[in-house]
Design a protein around this ligand. Structure first.
Ligand code: AGP
Length: 608
């Protein structure tokens, strides 16, 4: 079950279900069409599951009524099998003694299922995951103990998985197995944990162990052991400190995580400016040395790559090719060689399309580097060098603060490369740095100054059937990002184009009062964009412009004008996207939608 999240815990004493429930709530960003929990009580499995968000399911089943010190839990985002109680995890074997939760996809499940049915197993769900429970059942029947049975069973499985498994006859043990889906052990003093994301157990321990692919771990309340699936030998790995503080995952007084995260940008930008210098220099060096440089990401992270390509070109005279991760191998795979570098950008570091590019590029001996927000994510393990953007956990499904941090880090890299290529003098670099250092303060005033006006624009736009976003140059990326935010959380069909493209087709859709949002800072494209505004205006479009606060001419031709502070053109994408994030947020709220959990989406897309 891809894009789900799993959580497991086993305690020396006390009930596990309340802790599992808290963890599930924190993991809800990863999937929320059904949820479930299983515990072992007096040698028997007890299971509660249902369809809906955690609170809805909890109302139906009362998770905390489950007794027992050991348990596993799951948030589901359906692929194989529609959301239903039967398809919700945990899933069990025929005897009802083994329960499994899973994040990933079992690619050979149809063959495995056919074999198992032939042997007499009865399947209750339509999921791929259920085969795991039955495979383990078979191994136990043939005389193996629980851990050995899991090891042998998982070896038959092809695909991706983070699995947590319990067996009622060995009630103190939880078996965890990982391949391609994230899985972390939490090492505590009252017991031990495992989860797709350490946020689930961050308030119970500050020590974790990230599991690697093809590893199987066993946790009991007293200890943990890790084994290699390939060699079946034990591995020793020291726990590392968790860098997330419990208060960071709460909403901090905001009604939604998204709004909190939007308003956290002055802080996250400040951290981005103070990113690890040695890694910045090392990545710049490798990019500078490479013959070809690709910037690869998905969704918002791709938009940062697009904006980044303008920065590298303008500041460092370096051509970079921004590519959507899911297209990369088809489009450029055959061109990769040891002289090629890839900077992979992924907030979560777990996006399957990006990880696939990483593995492919490694096979071709290209240089793989990454920019991510999650220190111990998979991408960091696949990259030769990586930068951590230090934006803090982003819980809202819509990327906000991590986008502006990514933009800022591209800018810092561009300056480093420009220095190496002697495209920019020491003086110019210093000037840039003093402007960059003022970004957090300016971002803070943009958020404060535009907030009220944006609420009014949201009121005006909330019933629109279509919204256009147009920008030019580097702010083409801002138009794309503004549109993505509106689409994903307010569900308003929206289109974005480089403004120059508008008369090559999109203008045909403009009717009286069609809302068109222009991103028009006072840069070299300002004059042409004014022309584009006039073209739309003369066809009846409603002009909403984000432009320099002092630009009277632009203001006069616009129906709504959002005044922005004067800034360096290369910095404008960081500032101009802020009102667009707010606009999407307020529009979603006015429509009665939950911006933190848009339908059909997950925070990180861990399947192709
Ligand atoms: C952004 O608002 C989206 N939810 C989505 O496009 C996201 O940016 C994309 O899935 C990439 O995620 P990543 O940065 O974690 O790789």
């Amino acid at each position: 079950m891809p894009m789900c999240r799993i959580f497991a815990a086993t305690f020396k004493k006390g009930k596990v279900s309340p802790i599992l429930k808290i963890g599930l709530k924190r993991l809800e960003y990863g999937g929320y069409d059904s949820a479930g929990m299983a515990t072992i009580n007096n040698g028997h499995l007890e299971i509660k599951k249902g369809v809906g968000k955690i609170d809805e399911v909890d109302k139906q089943v009362n998770f905390e009524s489950l007794e027992g010190r050991t348990g596993i839990a799951h948030n589901r985002w359906a692929t194989h099998g529609y959301p239903s109680v039967t398809n919700a995890h945990p899933l069990t074997d025929c005897t009802g003694n083994i329960a499994v939760v899973h994040n990933g996809v079992i690619e050979n499940f149809l063959e495995l299922k056919a074999d198992l049915i032939e042997k007499g197993h009865e399947f209750k769900s339509r999921t791929d995951t259920e085969v795991v429970a039955h495979l383990i059942e078979d191994e136990i029947k043939s005389g193996k103990d629980f851990v050995d049975a899991c090891l042998k069973a998982v070896k038959k499985v092809e695909g991706s998985y983070a699995l947590a498994i319990i067996y009622s006859k060995e009630p103190d043990k939880i078996v965890l197995v990982k391949k391609e889906s994230p899985l972390y052990l939490g090492i505590g003093s009252d017991g031990n944990f495992a989860s797709s994301d350490p946020v689930a157990f961050v308030d119970r321990t500050n020590l974790m162990i990230p599991l690697e692919d093809y590893e199987l771990a066993v946790i009991t309340p007293y200890d943990h052991k890790i084994y290699s699936l390939k060699t079946e030998t034990e591995i020793t790995r020291k726990p590392v400190q968790i860098d997330i503080k419990p208060q960071m995952i709460e909403k901090g007084g905001y009604p939604h995580f998204m709004l909190k995260e939007i308003f956290e940008q002055p802080t996250s930008l400040y951290y981005a400016i103070n990113i690890q210098k040695p890694y910045l220099e090392a990545i710049s060096e490798l990019m500078n040395r490479s013959k070809v440089n690709f910037l690869v990401g998905a969704g918002t992270s791709y938009h940062s790559c697009l904006a980044g390509s303008y920065m590298y070109s303008k500041i460092a005279g370096l051509a970079t090719i921004p590519v959507v991760a899911s297209e990369f191998i088809q489009q450029y795979g055959n061109t990769l060689d040891p002289d090629t570098s890839l900077l992979l950008v992924s907030q979560s570091g777990e996006t399957a399309d990006v990880l696939k590019v990483a593995s492919y590029a490694r096979m071709k001996a290209s240089t793989v580097m990454a920019l991510t927000n999650v220190v111990s994510s998979t991408i960091t393990r696949l990259s030769r060098l990586y930068l951590v953007q230090q934006a803090g956990p982003e819980i809202g499904v819509a990327a906000t603060k991590t986008y502006t941090s990514q933009l800022l880090i591209h800018l810092l890299l561009a300056l480093e490369i420009g220095k190496r290529r002697e495209k920019i003098s020491e003086n110019e670099i210093n000037e840039y740095y003093s402007k960059i250092r003022s970004i957090p303060k300016i971002a803070e005033s943009v958020l404060k100054d535009t907030d009220q006006k944006i609420k009014e624009v949201a009121e005006m736009l909330k019933d629109s059937s279509h919204i256009f976003y147009l920008g030019r140059g580097i702010n083409t990326a801002t138009a794309f990002e503004g549109r993505l935010k509106m689409l994903e959380i307010a569900y308003i069909p929206s289109s974005a184009f480089s403004a120059g493209e508008s008369k090559h087709g999109p203008i045909a859709l403009i009717e009286k009062n069609t809302p068109v949002i222009f991103i028009a800072p006072n840069d070299s494209s300002r004059k042409v964009i004014l022309g584009n505004i006039m073209e739309i205006k003369s066809r009846g479009g409603k002009i909403i412009t984000l432009g320099n606060a002092e630009d009277k001419e632009l203001k006069d031709v616009s129906d709504v004008y959002i005044g922005m502070p004067e800034s360096e053109d290369i910095i404008t994408p960081i500032l101009y996207v802020l009102p667009l994030q707010l606009l999407a947020y307020y529009t979603a709220v006015l429509k009665g939608l939950d911006p933190d959990k848009p339908r059909n989406l997950a925070k990180s897309v861990t399947v192709e």
